[in-house]
Design a protein around this ligand. Structure first.
Ligand code: SF4
Length: 341
C-alpha cells in the first residue's frame, strides 16, 4: 500500500475536518458528508464548529438552533440524531465519545461506517471505514462480481479492507481508500493515474466501469404541489412538520397535492378559503421551484395570497415577516421564501 499512501500524501484535499481530527469533528463531518458533497459541507462544518465547538455545546443547544444550523443540507434526521447523540454522550459517557465500537453502537444514529471513521481518524485505531467510495474501489480492486449490498459481500469487503490496512498507520490507508474513491476511482474511473492500477483486477479484466454491482435504485416519485403563501397583517401562515415525517421540525407553507391536474391561482385561493375558512385574494403567481428529497421530486407551484384578516388555525402559526429569517424551512419552501417580494 506504499503507492496508495504516497499518492494520498501528495494529493489529498485540504478540508477543515482533516485539520485537528478530534473524534467529535470526525463524527460531525462524517454525518454531514453522508448525503452531501464535500465542497458544500465545508461552510456548514465551519459554521457548526463555531456554534457548537464541542459535545457539551451541542447537547446544551436547543434543537431548533441545531436544525437551523443544518438548514439547506437536507436529510434532517442526521441533525436530530447528532443532537440526540450528543445528549446521550453527555448523560452516559461524561461528555467523552467512547473509543470502543460496542459502546459507539449504542449511540443514536451511529452506523458501521461512522463508527469506523471515528475509531480510525479520530482515535487512530485499526478500524475499517467502508463508505460507497471504498466499496467501489474494493469491488474493482478485487473484481467482485456479486451485488455489494448483500450482507455476505459487505463482510468480505470488510475483511479485504482490514487486510489492506497499514501496520503502522492504518488510519492513513482507511482515509486514502476513501479519497481514491472520491477522486479517481469514481463511477468513470481515471485508472491511468491510479496508484493501485498495477494490482487492480477489474482494470486488468476490462471491467472497471461495470463494477460494483448493485440492486436497482428505487424509482423517483414525482409530486406536484400547489403552495399557498398566505399573508395577513404582516405575517405568513406556516406549519411545522410533525415528528416522524421526512421534514420533521422544519417549516413549510400550506400546500395541496395536485396529482396530474394543473391548478390556476384562483383554484389555489378557493382551496385555501375552503380549507381554512379564510377570505383571500390572489396577489401574484410565484416561480415554480423543484425540490428533490429521498426518492421524491417535488414540483412546487406557489401562489402569493392575501387574507383579509388573521385568525387562529389549529396546527398552523402566523409568523411575522421579519422573523422568517430565523426559522428553519425545508429546502423547497426556503426557495419560495427567497422569491417572496
Ligand atoms: S485502477 Fe481504476 S478501477 Fe482500479 S482502483 Fe484504480 S481507479 Fe479504480
Amino acid at each position: 500500500m506504499k503507492a496508495l499512501h504516497d499518492w494520498f500524501f501528495q494529493n489529498k484535499r485540504d478540508f477543515p475536518w482533516r485539520q485537528n481530527p478530534t473524534p467529535y469533528r470526525v463524527w460531525v463531518s462524517e454525518v454531514m458528508l453522508q448525503q452531501t458533497r464535500a465542497s458544500v459541507v465545508v461552510s456548514y462544518f465551519e459554521r457548526w464548529m463555531a456554534l457548537f465547538p464541542d459535545i457539551q455545546a451541542l447537547a446544551a443547544a436547543p434543537l431548533s438552533q441545531v436544525i437551523k444550523a443544518w438548514e439547506g443540507l437536507g436529510y434532517y434526521a442526521r441533525a436530530r440524531n447528532l443532537h440526540l447523540g450528543a445528549c446521550q454522550i453527555v448523560e452516559q459517557f461524561g461528555g467523552e465519545i467512547p473509543r470502543d465500537a460496542s459502546l459507539l453502537k449504542t449511540i443514536r444514529g451511529l452506523g458501521p461506517y461512522t463508527i469506523g471513521a471515528i475509531l480510525s481518524f479520530g482515535f487512530r485505531q485499526r478500524a475499517v471505514a467502508i463508505d460507497g467510495n471504498v466499496t467501489r474501489v474494493l469491488a474493482r480492486l478485487f473484481a467482485i462480481e456479486q451485488r455489494v449490498d448483500q450482507q455476505a459481500v459487505k463482510q468480505l469487503l470488510a475483511q479485504k479492507t482490514e487486510a489492506l490496512l497499514d501496520r503502522e498507520m492504518p488510519w492513513v490507508t482507511a482515509e486514502a481508500l476513501i479519497e481514491l474513491g472520491a477522486t479517481l476511482c469514481t463511477p468513470k474511473p481515471v485508472c491511468a493515474v491510479c496508484p493501485l492500477s498495477e494490482q487492480c483486477l477489474a482494470l486488468a479484466q476490462g471491467k472497471a466501469e461495470l463494477l460494483p454491482l448493485k440492486k436497482e435504485a428505487p424509482k423517483t416519485t414525482v409530486l406536484r404541489r400547489a403552495v399557498g403563501v398566505i399573508e395577513a397583517e404582516g405575517a405568513i401562515l406556516l406549519k411545522q412538520v410533525q415528528q416522524g415525517k421526512v421534514m420533521a421540525g422544519l417549516y413549510e407553507f400550506p400546500y395541496f397535492e395536485m396529482g396530474k391536474e394543473r391548478w390556476g391561482m384562483r383554484r389555489v385561493a378557493e382551496e385555501v378559503a375552503q380549507l381554512f375558512d379564510l377570505e383571500v385574494e390572489v396577489v401574484q403567481k410565484l416561480p415554480e421551484e423543484v425540490h428533490t428529497f429521498t426518492r421524491y421530486k417535488a414540483h412546487l407551484f406557489p401562489t402569493h395570497l392575501r387574507a383579509f384578516h388573521r385568525k387562529a388555525i389549529p396546527g398552523y402559526e402566523w409568523v411575522s415577516r421579519h422573523s422568517l429569517g430565523s426559522i428553519p424551512f425545508s429546502a423547497g419552501h426556503k426557495k419560495i421564501l427567497t422569491r417572496l417580494p
